[in-house]
Design a protein around this ligand. Structure first.
Ligand SMILES: NC(=O)C1=CN([C@@H]2O[C@H](COP(=O)(O)OP(=O)(O)OC[C@H]3O[C@@H](n4cnc5c(N)ncnc54)[C@H](OP(=O)(O)O)[C@@H]3O)[C@@H](O)[C@H]2O)C=CC1
Ligand SMILES: CC(=O)N[C@@H](CCC(=O)OP(=O)(O)O)C(=O)O
Length: 349
C-alpha cells in the first residue's frame, strides 16, 4: 500500500484524484492540502464523499504535510509545485504536477512557455527540469524510474493524441494544422469569477485567449518531436455550456491519402494505447461517450475533395485531460497496471 498527498484537494483536480484513489486497491490517501478549505472535512466541501473521505484538509504549513508520502499530486495553479517539489523529492516522494511547472525539460523551454502566457519566466527549481517527464504515456513511456512528471494540459492531450499518428507518419503538412477546440466550463477550475458566472455561461459560448493559449507551446513541442520539421498550428480555444468534456476538431493538409488509409495509420499508431479508441467517420461520437472515463476517442476521416485530414478528438477534461491521466502516470510510476481503477466505461447518459 502506498500513501498519497494531494495538494489543491479543494479544487476539481483534487477531488478528481481523490475519487479515483478511494477506489484504488494499492493507495491510501494520507494528506489533503488546500488554502481556503483548510480545517474542513473533505466530505463537507464535497458532500458526495461523505463516508468515503472524511479526512480534514490541512494548510500547506501544517506539520502533517512534511511527513513522507510515496506520491504527491499537485493539483494547483502554475507556480505552486515548482516551489516545493524539490523538498518532496528529497524526502523520497514521487511527484505528479498538473500545471505547466514541469511540462518542459529545460529552463529555456519553460521561459518560452512562461513568456508566451505572461508568467515570470524564471523557473524556481530549474535543477529539477532535466529529470521531469512530459506525462503523456502514449508518447513518453513512464515507468518506475520516473520520480517527477508534468501532467499535460487538457486541450494538449486531445490535440496531441489526435495529431500524433498523422505527424509521425508524415502524411500532413506540419505547418497546416488547425485545432478548433471546445471545452466544458469545469476547465476553468472551481474558483468563481465574473466570466464564469452562470448568466455568462448558460446559453452562451465564446473563443478565448486568441493571442496565445498556453497549450499551444506544449502541443507544438510534442508534435515537433515526431516530425522532420517544426510543427506550427493555429489553435482556437472555446468554452461551451457543458460541465465536463473537450471536443477538438483537428484539420491539416494531407499529401493525398484516402480516408481508409488514414484510419489504418491511426489504428496502427494507437494499437497499444489502451485509453485511445480510433473509429472511422461512420460511427457517431460525442463527449457523452467519454464522460467520467480516461478514454480519448478519435474519429478519423479525410475530406478527399479538399485533401484534408479531419480528426475529432473527445476526452473528459477532468479525466484523460487531468486527474485520470495523472492516475495513469502514477500507476506506471509505481509498477501497477496502468488501468487500475481507470479501465471502466464511465456512466451513460
Ligand atoms: N480544470 C481542468 O480541466 C484542467 C486543469 N488543469 C490544471 O490543473 C491544476 C488544477 O486545476 P483545477 O482543479 O481546475 O483548479 P481549481 O481552481 O479547481 O483547484 C485548484 C486548487 O488549488 C488550491 N491551491 C492554490 N494554491 C495553493 C497552494 N499554494 N497550496 C495549496 N493549495 C493551493 C486552490 O485552493 P483555493 O481554492 O483555496 O485557492 C484550489 O483548491 C491547474 O494547474 C490547472 O491549470 C489541467 C488540465 C485540465
Ligand atoms: C475554460 C478554461 O479556462 N479552460 C482552461 C483549461 C485549464 C488547463 O488545462 O490548465 P493548464 O494550463 O494547467 O493545462 C484553459 O483554457 O486555460
Amino acid at each position: 500500500m502506498i500513501k498519497a498527498k494531494i495538494v489543491g484537494a479543494g479544487g476539481y483536480g483534487g477531488v478528481g484524484i481523490t475519487e479515483l484513489l478511494l477506489k484504488h486497491p494499492e493507495v491510501e490517501i494520507g494528506c489533503l492540502v488546500s488554502l481556503s478549505d483548510t480545517g474542513r472535512k473533505m466530505s463537507d466541501v464535497f458532500p458526495h464523499l461523505r463516508g468515503f473521505c472524511d479526512e480534514v484538509i490541512v494548510s500547506p504549513d501544517d506539520p502533517k504535510t512534511r511527513e513522507l508520502y510515496d506520491v504527491v499530486f499537485y493539483s494547483t495553479p502554475d507556480g505552486v509545485g515548482m516551489k516545493s517539489a524539490a523538498a518532496e523529492l528529497e524526502r523520497g516522494a514521487k511527484v505528479i504536477d498538473y500545471s505547466g511547472d514541469f511540462r518542459f525539460g529545460t529552463a529555456d523551454r519553460y521561459a518560452e512557455y512562461a513568456n508566451f502566457i505572461g508568467l515570470d519566466p524564471v523557473h524556481k527549481s530549474p535543477e529539477l527540469l532535466p529529470n521531469t517527464e512530459y506525462g503523456l504515456p502514449e508518447l513518453h513511456p513512464i515507468d518506475e524510474s520516473h520520480r517527477l512528471v508534468g501532467n499535460p494540459g487538457c486541450f494538449a492531450v486531445s490535440c496531441i493524441l489526435g495529431l500524433a499518428p498523422a505527424v509521425a507518419a508524415g502524411i500532413i503538412d506540419p505547418k497546416s494544422i488547425i485545432a478548433d477546440c471546445k471545452t466544458g466550463v469545469s476547465g476553468a477550475g472551481k474558483k468563481p469569477n465574473a466570466a464564469f458566472h452562470y448568466p455568462n455561461r448558460y446559453d452562451n459560448m465564446n473563443a478565448y485567449r486568441l493571442a496565445g493559449h498556453q497549450h499551444t507551446v506544449e502541443v507544438e513541442q510534442e508534435l515537433s518531436l515526431l516530425s522532420q520539421e517544426q510543427v506550427q498550428m493555429t489553435f482556437t480555444a472555446q468554452v461551451v455550456p457543458v460541465c465536463r468534456g473537450i471536443m477538438s476538431s483537428l484539420y491539416a493538409s494531407l499529401h493525398g491519402q484516402k480516408a481508409n488509409e488514414v484510419v489504418e495509420i491511426y489504428r496502427e499508431y494507437h494499437k497499444n494505447n489502451r485509453f485511445v479508441r480510433v473509429q472511422d467517420a461512420g460511427t457517431p461520437a460525442s463527449i457523452a461517450d467519454v464522460r467520467g472515463t480516461n478514454y480519448c476517442n478519435l474519429t478519423v476521416d479525410a475530406d478527399e475533395r479538399n485533401n484534408r485530414l479531419r480528426v475529432i478528438s473527445h476526452i473528459d477534461n477532468l479525466m484523460k485531460g487531468q486527474a485520470g491521466n495523472a492516475l495513469q502516470n502514477m500507476n506506471l510510476m509505481f509498477g501497477f497496471d496502468s488501468g487500475t481503477t481507470l479501465a471502466n466505461p464511465g456512466q451513460y447518459p
